[in-house]
Design a protein around this ligand. Structure first.
Ligand code: ATR
Length: 271
């Protein structure tokens, strides 16, 4: 029987992960199947246990179960610990192992696909919810000069600064209106694009050539990307991050690193 994996979420029918992992499997000759698994909002753990008991080897976890998944693991990678959330589980015989590959996915996309090494840059992270918290540790590991975290409720940004302060990069928190001007990289990790708003921060955060990335892709990201382009920034959606986080998960399960470039190109062409 083929090794089985899934993306577990609610909703999950929109997920592109099955298509991405099918391309990775074909490219690397790994004999796996990867499906979508809709878990009831109040029934994540039983759904997951049933999937694992049926012989599955692991899963990705998406909204809203990343925190619950983290709590179910016996061992966790350092980056999952920092995020306090897991997007990847491996069902090892001696206990479940949790990882969080979102931050590495974002950083790999920025540095390799977009060609923007973060070392020495000024980074603005907009949003201190689950998405922002999940990537901060990996952003810090890339050694930018500074990271400012802005959020509508500033206490959440301050909490992130406090929990990551020991990692050795200058971190500060501010409200959305107090976002600093002229940043090198601006990352939208809020869910405002779901509501159709262009940007939660003023255009003075941008300068010519700022890389402005929205973690979403498709129509949800368009308002932010149009706003960024209109102000001379280089817009980038979350599709590359999606493929890169999947590649990190694939490596966590299979020990094999897929080539992401053709997969990202195929996915972009299919949208
Ligand atoms: P996710 O897992 O997608 O990050 P979340 O944890 O609910 O979801 O976080 C949503 C983020 O979008 C938060 O940063 C939230 O700001 P608050 O922490 O102040 O709620 C932000 N957000 C959502 N709607 C917003 C809006 N209309 N304006 C500004 N920020 C918004």
């Amino acid at each position: 029987m083929k090794d089985r994996y899934a993306v577990v979420g609610n909703p999950v029918e929109h997920s592109r992960s099955p298509a991405i992992h099918a391309m990775f499997a074909e490219q690397t000759g790994q004999d796996i199947v990867y499906q979508r698994l809709l878990a009831p909002l109040d029934g994540f753990e039983p759904s997951l246990r049933a999937f694992a008991a049926g012989g599955a080897k692991g899963c990705n976890i998406t909204v809203p179960f990343k925190f619950e998944a983290f709590g179910l693991a016996a061992v966790r990678t350092e980056r999952a610990e920092l995020a306090g959330a897991a997007n990847t589980l491996r069902f090892d015989a001696n206990g479940w192992a949790a990882d969080n590959t979102d931050g590495a996915g974002l950083v790999n996309d920025l540095q390799h696909n977009a060609g923007r090494p973060l070392a020495g840059l000024k980074v603005l992270l907009v949003g201190a919810g689950g998405a922002g918290a999940g990537v901060l540790g990996s952003l810090i590991a890339a050694k930018p000069a500074q990271i400012t975290i802005v959020n509508r409720s500033v206490d959440k940004a301050e909490a992130l600064v406090a929990s990551h302060a020991h990692l050795g990069v200058a971190l500060s928190a501010a409200t959305l209106p107090d976002a600093p001007a002229a940043q090198d990289v601006v990352i939208n990790a809020t869910s405002t694009s779901l509501a159709g708003a262009a940007s939660p921060v003023d255009a003075r955060v941008l300068k010519p050539g700022t890389l402005a990335l929205d973690m979403m892709y498709g129509p949800k990201a368009q308002g932010f990307l149009d706003w960024a382009a209109a102000h001379g920034a280089e817009p980038r959606d979350g599709l590359g991050m999606l493929v890169e986080q999947a590649a990190e998960a694939f490596f966590f399960w299979r020990g094999v690193r897929p080539d992401t470039a053709p997969v990202l190109a195929a996915l972009r062409a299919s949208l």
